[in-house]
Design a protein around this ligand. Structure first.
Ligand SMILES: Cc1ncc(COP(=O)(O)O)c(C=O)c1O
Length: 368
């Protein structure tokens, strides 16, 4: 039976058709619709500046058909030891693991931090001492920006390269020189264009190899396959939406900040029953998951009874997906397992009213 919700968990906020007409006309005049066209090139330059605006002055950016394909092709382009182990958190969207497997590597699952719910460089170091890692892919859980300083140090100390899966944190996460990262442009992300992935790195050769893999492994103009690639190119139309989204970003972010502020004011009154992701408020998350001390299943039912949609984001944990049940775990998953019983994603998007937020918080306070 289809559940009719009065308050939806996530509503994408993309530019209106009227706002992209002129740039679509430009695409049409160019007769250039994909294959690294002028609009995608313009978008990539703008995004390199946007992502690196605090730290990464000389970042390069390349767009792909999705963050999943961008992660897979960046891993393949990193020239890691064949079949090597790649550490990822157990609490992440399945695409993190799928990109590793599809690129020909072996995922190893590590626990996340109890407070900010991300994999840490200390955990990675402990895993690396037990079994040699080829790479680490930390994830910006629910869009919480990662501590890039600790990952730069990890890379320097161990020589193990790091690829940040920052799919959900475009607009929140700045990338410094020396780290490579992949953002998602999927419609459900705060900075959505429809479908797409954005890889950023100061390693221009790495970016060129990944880009070539997205175009069948062709290099140069002759259409000669130099590596076994695929088709993971980015459409000019999505780039057009992206350029408009960039113009709307500060307004969009402001509205999301207001919604978050409204929530935080009310939730902090509930005391310790509702745990928030550490640092929230200093950043605006992509999705708003809170932890309710082992009681997420009952709470979802209470919300559903009131026609409020909630989601169990990044659940089940990776090793509980049937096709991923044989993944290796290193060092136990105590925090992730607690979070699997406790996390619930509340409605969070730019169209929520104060009344909606009051209603959600009332149900929350009545049920915890
Ligand atoms: C952590 C993480 N990694 C990767 C992805 C994949 O992104 P895309 O849908 O653009 O392939 C997502 C998407 O939700 C994600 O949350």
């Amino acid at each position: 039976v289809k559940q009719e919700f009065k308050i939806f968990c996530l509503v994408p906020d993309l530019p209106a058709p009227a706002d992209i007409v002129s740039i679509c006309e430009e695409i049409h005049r160019n007769r250039w619709y994909t294959n690294f066209g002028p609009i995608a090139t313009r978008f990539e330059s703008a995004m390199a500046k946007f992502v690196g605006r605090i730290e990464g002055e000389s970042l390069g950016a390349a767009c792909f058909s999705s963050a999943t394909t961008a992660l897979e092709l960046m891993l393949r382009a990193m020239q890691l030891p064949k079949g090597g182990k790649i550490l990822i958190p157990a609490l992440t969207f399945p695409a993190t693991a799928l990109a590793v497997i599809n690129a020909g590597f072996e995922p190893v699952l590590g626990d996340v931090d109890a407070n900010h719910w991300c994999l840490t460089a200390d955990t990675a170091l402990a895993v690396h001492k037990r079994s040699q890692l080829a790479c680490v892919m930390p994830v910006s859980t629910f869009g919480r920006p990662l501590d890039t300083k600790s990952w730069l140090e990890f890379q320097a100390d161990t020589g193990v390269p790091v690829l940040l899966d920052v799919a959900a944190s475009l607009g929140q996460q700045s990338i410094p020189e020396g780290l490579s990262a992949v953002f998602s442009l999927h419609a459900t992300k705060p900075f959505g264009v429809g479908e797409g992935g954005l890889a950023v790195t100061s390693d221009k050769e790495l970016l060129a190899r990944a880009r070539s893999l997205s175009n069948f492994g062709f290099k140069g103009s002759a259409g000669v396959v130099q590596a076994i690639g695929t088709n993971a190119k980015f459409s000019e139309y999505y780039a057009a939406v992206g350029l408009r989204q960039l113009e709307r970003w500060s307004d969009l972010e402001q509205r999301r900040k207001q919604v978050l502020g409204c929530y935080l004011k009310r939730i902090t009154c509930l005391g310790g029953q509702v745990e928030l992701q550490d640092g929230i408020g200093d950043f605006v998350p992509a999705v708003f998951s809170v932890a309710v001390n082992g009681a997420n299943a009952g709470l979802q039912a209470a919300f559903a009874n009131a026609a409020v949609q909630t989601r169990f984001w990044y659940l089940p944990l990776l090793n509980l997906h049937p096709a991923l049940s044989d993944l290796q775990v290193s060092g136990g998953l105590q925090n992730s397992e607690y979070l699997a019983r406790s996390l619930i994603g509340l409605p969070f998007h730019s169209f929520l009213s104060e009344n909606d937020i009051s209603k959600v918080c009332r149900i929350l306070s009545d049920s915890v």
